[in-house]
Design a protein around this ligand. Sequence first.
Ligand code: PLP
Length: 433
Amino acid sequence: MSIGVFFPLGLYSVFLIMDYFRYRNKELYCEQIQVKTLAKLYQTPLYIYSARSIREHYHRLKNAFPQTLICYSVKANSNLSICRLLSDLKCGFDVVSAGELYRVLKIGADTSKTVFAGVGKTREEIVYALKNEILLFNTESIDEIETINQCAKALKKIACIGLRINPDVSAHTHRYITTATDETKFGVSINEAKIIIKNIHHFPAIRLVALQMHIGSQITSVLPYLKAIRKIVPLIWIARKEGHFLRYLDIGGGFGIYYKAREAKPASKFAEKVLPIIKKLGLSLIIEPGRFIVGNAGIIVTKIIRTKQIASRYFIICDAGMNTLIRPALYDAYHKIAPISIRQRVKKIRADIVGPICESADFFAINRLIQDVNKNEYLSLFSAGAYGYSMTSNYNSRTKPAEVLVDGRTHRLISRAETYKDLIRLEEHGPST
Ligand code: PLP
């Protein structure tokens, strides 16, 4: 069986993002390596990423959006080796904290292709970014612009900024990943933007070079992007009339991937609608994809600790939990789950697939139809490459898993599993009471 059981290969896959997690002779492989080998070698839970999938997803975007600055959204998966892989492809970065910028610097990436977003940038973070010559700050309030102006003045620098517009458009995605309605904290409203654009000349160390939006995540229709861009276009004319030399329209990230089946749209479907508008506007385009590049390029392998029945419910209890992958608990997210070894003629059962954490929200699937599995077998949680490891925690004092990057026939540990010592290392040397 191949992953084609879930997502038929062939013509369809030519256009869509896809990955290199496939079944061969009923065993799951990541590229050329059997997943079971990795699970035994590195122990579970274990994150496994396919370098080939990451490269391919990046190239799909690059081909669909030529002459566009692609700034990978580091929050999706901030592992240094993954960022380095993308930097080697000449990808830029979208960061939301000084910590993420530190990662970009650590891999020696070109900061002139880094954009910095977020509603709560501190003075220290702004200074750090200015000193490291980022491309621009995507600003979200007049107070932030004022602070950036002060910091830039003190450093005798000019700060380039984008203004993040909240176009009040619903992207029809989960409410926790909706970011562009007027009930969310992000950006400034269209009316406020008009006022800010007219007043930016009061900030001598600021250059407005971009308008930006990010309307949400896991968006599978191009319509919300078009709606939002249409709302922003009049602001571009206002900015020009006010004498601002706009260079970019940054439409953020949000391009959807497949979790269940065919929900993902090919990058070209977005590009063919968006690019003609950008061309007419005489601007360069920036996109900030995260999930699209890494989401389908990673899985989690987890071992079944035991199974148990309570009244009518059957539970499969895994060694991964909400501390390993919080998306189901946080967003009610769906992840395909399957054994890494498919057994023949095994009946299917309905089960709740859960972790060991002491919370009822600690589940990966409820009442899911799955091949009957036993203690010590391994399951794969698919599409876990984005907002997986970057959202892990030590809740219940559980250690974080290792991450492995597979590239063809080779595999490499790109982050080791934590030890119990790691769990307490920040507390050990604190003041004694
Ligand atoms: N840009 C900004 C400003 C974001 O907040 C996010 C995600 O929250 C992204 C880009 C990346 O989104 P996605 O991973 O859906 O592409």
